[in-house]
Write a protein that binds this ligand. Sequence first.
Ligand code: CP3
Length: 361
Amino acid sequence: MARRRYRDCPPRATLPASTRDSLLLRACRGKTVVRPPVWLMRQAGRYMASYQAIRRDRAFLELCHDSELAAAVTLDAQRRLEVDAAIVFADILLILEGLGLPLDYVAGDGPVLGRPLRSEADLDTLAEPAAAAAACGYVADAVAGVVAGLDPSVPVIGFCGGPFTLASYAIEGGASRQFAATRRFLYHQPAAWHRLLDHLVDSLLPYAAAQVAAGAAAFQVFESWGGALTVGDWDEFVQPHLARLVAGLPEGIPVIVFAAHAGHLLERFRDAGADVIGLDASCDLVATWDRLGGSERVAVMGNLDPGLLLAPRARLLAAVDRLLEEVGDRPGWVCNLGHGVLKETDEAQARAFVERVRGVA
Ligand code: CP3
């Protein structure tokens, strides 16, 4: 059974009324709001001095594994920026560690996965989905900690990686530009590819459900690198898996699907059942939204170029004003960057962006 769209069913009854009526959740339902909600992808991170101070004494993974500290980092970023949502501090790759792949983050090199998956036999070494999700229970614990520390009018967003993006890290063994090993894998071993994506989705569903049970009021799927595939390959190799993931997520909370440089795939994300489509800065927001059917059909999130936070204040604010004016009073917009905050960003610039959208500066 397909999951009903967020706008077509009652919001989750276990959520406090002020969460259900929050700017974020109203916008995700396509309802009118007094002003657009705003939050930033990667709002907690290295660009913040308070985050750097916490990281000085411990590795990134140690921080993720410690639910109390992860909740504190999430809350710190929300309070410093006064954004309209908190996204739990975690990482999309943690589920791969839960599946038994050795995961490490090497300064300068990004994530490294030991034992990259290259053959059907490699898949036999993966942990069972339920065990993988259970091993990541600390993420749901962090969600609960954030919910407990936050005014209920600010929803907590849970998240996971999308099936293509996670498979690409597992197969490449780390970050990639061309996804050569991933492409070779899916073209030459299609049965193993589908088995891997089935296994990932089976693991993500209980992982996501635990975050929602812990109080996450919205859920984002970061299919960050999906745009690397053509439409035809996407339909053949990924769309059924993304659709099964979205269909299996809990009802009564909005599902946001985001990918960078994926303008050619946005209809697919919508048709997979996403309530909110994340747009990167390469899209003309209003034209793209109209193409997807507009406010009546789907909500959108985005899409200020994160690079603009490095510009002089006047240029940044002028760009924010243009975006606000362009969207006008169309219901169903979540203001955000088009991708994550760059680590070179001055925190005051991130705050200035948020304040401009909130109408307080
Ligand atoms: O948004 C938030 O504030 C929540 C936290 C969050 C992190 N990663 C923390 C993090 C989220 C939502 C993610 C998602 C994520 N992780 C994505 C998709 C997002 C996107 O930008 O499209 C991807 C591709 C990853 C994988 C990943 N994790 C990479 C490639 C890297 C290294 C590069 C980098 O930006 O540092 C990470 C590490 C990571 N994840 C850090 C943080 C704060 C930096 C770790 C450190 O402290 O050194």
